[in-house]
Design a protein around this ligand. Structure first.
Ligand code: DC
Length: 447
């Protein structure tokens, strides 16, 4: 839809100059409707038809074709002839004021004016643009100035053109046209209820143009439709799930065997194991150093855990995919704001799984803890469950007999730091707290 700016106001308020300046700055088409009335007045005067003879003026309309063309500046054509300069005399001004009171003249121009506005971003100036021609214009401005100030400006203009009119004549003329324009029965000059009033009496042209551009820019600035993002509802997990003793025995057996193997393979140390909750349904938030990290963390959790693994890992061979799934991996597509993954995570927690999350998203090569993403906080806040921070520390690459330290920190409940919802501020607070805890664990010197 095109943007329509209706600029109305009395004669001599500077509408056309200002509208031209504003249109140029905003890249809009300037439409001077006064020029249209002037052209009709010019025609009837040229043809010797009295401007005070409405019947004769009405009859002449069928012989008139008006076109506005943009040739650098807007030019007005009457039956193919450029009359732009010829319509700017005091005689034509007064004539235009008179013919404009004839309803048929207004109706004759209305269609032309509406057509131009429908297909262009325009600033249209006139008297009745905001009230009659474009009642739905997005911006309506009523530009005015005192009669004396308007007369003063017009007088100077006419003097520059060598016109002999005196100031008193110009002022009388302005007063007369104001009277005509505001007292005619049809479409009188009137400020639309929803128009912004700009009084230019004490403003320079530049200041006025600036003010008008400001009004237009403010009114047309597309209000970004920022729907507040719907917050994920908090659904505290019940921790009702109980593993069957057989499963737990099997899991513990497996865990102890793997633990033994890891002690052979690596110089592995565990610290803070007393911090590991005995139940399931907890979030383990760890720094990420290697693909073994989920196993390192699992070696001291008493119930099985799940962890998010990047989608690509599930596109490997069936054996590998089967193995990581068996050990609790489930896919996440990175960088896609995967909300389904949040639901899957909550489901896992509800089923009593511990959930390992690497908030940094990727492995850190140098062991430094990078910035975390908010997902971890969102999951913990939705589930309102314990977060166990974990630090995994080793130097260089993981290899045979490499010293590895796995440090479990003190568990933290989101509510402990006042996080009971999923609003962005709460999530950020929780995420920062989690990252701080992980960093503290990683940066403690390994003895
Ligand atoms: O803006 P202007 O001075 O060029 O206008 C010439 C005359 O035309 C003015 O006296 C009133 C009339 N006019 C009108 O009645 N409605 C318009 N939309 C524009 C001008």
């Amino acid at each position: 839809m095109s943007i329509n700016v209706a600029l109305d106001g009395p004669s001599g308020a500077g509408k056309s100059t200002i509208a031209k300046m504003a249109a140029a700055r905003l890249g809009f088409v300037y439409v001077d409707t006064g020029a249209m009335y002037r052209t009709i007045a010019y025609y009837v005067i040229k043809e010797g038809i009295g401007v005070d003879d409405p019947e004769a003026v009405k009859a002449a309309l069928s012989d008139i074709k008006i076109e506005l063309k943009n040739e650098g500046t807007q030019q007005v054509f009457l039956n193919g002839d450029n009359v732009s300069d010829l319509i700017r005399t005091p005689e034509i001004s007064m004539g235009a004021s008179k013919v404009s009171a004839i309803p048929e003249v207004r109706a004759f121009l209305l269609g032309l004016q509406k057509d131009i506005a429908a297909t262009n971003d325009i600033i249209m100036d006139g008297r009745d643009i905001g009230t009659v021609v474009l009642p739905d214009a997005q911006v309506k401005i009523f530009l005015t100035a005192s009669a004396e100030e308007r007369a003063n400006r017009r007088f100077k203009e006419l003097q520059e053109k060598g016109d002999p009119s005196t100031y008193e004549e110009v002022l009388a003329d302005i007063n007369q046209r104001d009277y005509n324009d505001t007292h005619r029965d049809i479409a009188p000059l009137k400020q639309a209820d929803d128009a912004v009033l700009v009084d230019s009496s004490a403003l320079t042209l530049e200041q006025t143009a600036e003010e008008i551009v400001k009004v237009i820019t403010e009114k047309t600035a597309k209000k970004k439709e920022r729907k507040p993002r719907e917050l994920m509802p908090v659904r505290p997990i019940t921790k009702a799930h109980k593993y069957s003793p057989v499963k737990l025995v099997f899991y513990t057996l497996l865990r102890v065997i793997v633990l033994g193997l890891y002690h052979i393979f690596y110089d592995i140390h565990f610290e803070g194991t007393q911090n590991v909750p005995k139940d399931g349904g907890n979030v383990f938030a760890s720094n990420h150093r290697s693909y073994q990290d989920p196993v390192f963390i699992a070696l001291h959790t008493r119930t099985p855990l799940s962890y998010m693994a990047k989608e690509e890992l599930f596109q490997q061979n069936i054996l590998f995919t089967g193995l990581i799934k068996f050990f609790g991996a489930f896919p996440v597509s990175r960088g896609k704001g995967d909300t389904a993954v949040i639901d899957t995570s909550i489901e896992k927690l509800e089923k009593g799984r511990n959930l390992v999350i690497f908030p940094e998203g990727t492995r850190s090569k140098d062991g430094k803890v990078g910035p975390g993403k908010t997902g971890v906080a969102l999951i913990a806040a939705v589930a309102q469950t314990k977060i166990v921070p974990v630090g995994i520390i080793f130097e260089g690459k993981l290899k045979f007999r490499r010293k590895v330290t796995v440090r479990y920190g003190t568990p933290l409940m989101p509510a402990d730091i006042g996080v009971s919802g999923t609003d962005p501020r709460s999530l950020k607070k929780l995420k920062l707290k989690i990252m701080e805890e992980i960093t503290n664990l990683v940066e403690q010197n390994v003895n």
